[in-house]
Design a binder for this molecule. Structure first.
Ligand SMILES: NC(=O)c1ccc[n+]([C@@H]2O[C@H](COP(=O)([O-])OP(=O)(O)OC[C@H]3O[C@@H](n4cnc5c(N)ncnc54)[C@H](OP(=O)(O)O)[C@@H]3O)[C@@H](O)[C@H]2O)c1
Length: 285
């Protein structure tokens, strides 16, 4: 059996229907209109409309931070959900489009709904348990925490949810029971099973989801092109966190990503393809 180091980590809302994509014309989510009515006084008035706000859970994480930065660069407004506001303030440059709010996903859907507020169009979940002595941490964060976020979206009428999950979550069904990565991650807190439970909840919830299952995450910049496959296909490989963030942000703007589970790795020999085409090639199940 082929095995690999898939990963990984140390063991120890108004009712918006996003059946329509969040469009991407640049600047995509910030339409500036300039009034020249008083040019003599060289006054240029700028009004802002249509800036879509995205809530990012786990925003201070290695992938979450990249997601926030890419969203801001693309003209979205971001509400960064974090456990530690001071840490977040240090890790992000100030921006009028960035708001930081406290959001611990283990504290229940009511509190999360409050944190998300009534102006977010979509939620991206980039949380993952932090290693601790609590063997139930993966279950609390990667299963119940994500379920809480989905329920908070339902309370807020938010109909778009992007989850960063993992390759091999359904390893048992794929015949990968003996894959060392599958064993390793489940021995310590049933991490992959916790993530699969959360995925199942999302899929049953009716929310418009994109579940992204990356291979082993790397902090280095991309060294290959993205390979995207349907669920339960890939069992090895790695990908830059920059690329995972890109896939998450692009999923928001391409309707081809709706109601899909996609598995991603990067390979140097893979051809470069538009993400829209990669999403379109994956069938909904
Ligand atoms: N590592 C890999 O190779 C790999 C491979 C495939 C998939 N994945 C998955 O990809 C996702 C992102 O991974 P990553 O390595 O970029 O993440 P990471 O750097 O470990 O960040 C995890 C984030 O989750 C947050 N978090 C933890 N517990 C939380 C809670 N109770 N409430 C709210 N936030 C909480 C952390 O907050 P703090 O910043 O406050 O600690 C942090 O922001 C994770 O789900 C991970 O399991 C990882």
């Amino acid at each position: 059996m082929a095995t690999s180091a898939v990963y990984l980590r140390n063991p120890l809302i108004h009712a918006h229907s996003l059946t329509k994509p969040l469009t991407t014309t640049r600047p995509p989510f910030r339409i500036h209109s300039f009034s020249t009515a008083n040019m003599e006084g060289s006054e240029i008035r700028e009004s802002e409309e249509e800036q879509k706000k995205i809530f990012v859970a786990g925003a201070t994480g290695n992938t979450g931070k990249r997601i926030v930065e890419q969203l801001l660069a693309k003209g979205f407004a971001v509400k960064a959900g974090v456990r530690d506001i001071d840490k977040a303030q240090k890790s992000f440059s100030e921006s009028p489009a960035l708001q930081i709010v406290k959001a611990d996903v283990t504290e229940g859907s009511e509190k999360l709904a409050e944190a998300i507020g009534d102006d977010a169009e979509a939620v991206i979940c980039a949380t993952g348990f932090r290693p601790s002595w609590d063997l139930f941490a993966p279950w609390k964060v990667d299963n119940f925490g994500t379920v809480n976020l989905v329920e908070a979206c339902r309370k807020r009428g938010i109909n778009r949810f992007i989850l960063i999950s993992s390759l091999l979550v359904n390893g048992a069904a794929m015949g990968q029971l003996l894959n060392p990565a599958y064993i390793f991650l489940n021995v310590f807190g049933l991490t992959l099973i916790a993530k699969l439970q959360a995925e199942n909840h999302i899929r049953k919830s009716g929310i418009n989801y994109t579940i992204i299952r990356p291979g082993g995450l790397r902090n280095e910049p991309p060294s290959g092109n993205i390979v995207m496959e349907p669920e339960d296909t890939l069992y090895e490989g790695s990908v830059s966190r920059d690329q995972v963030a890109e896939v998450a942000v692009e999923a928001l703007v391409h309707p081809e990503a709706s109601y899909k589970v996609v598995e991603i790795v990067a390979r140097s020999e893979a051809p470069k393809q538009e993400l829209q085409d990669l999403f379109a090639a994956i069938k909904q199940r």
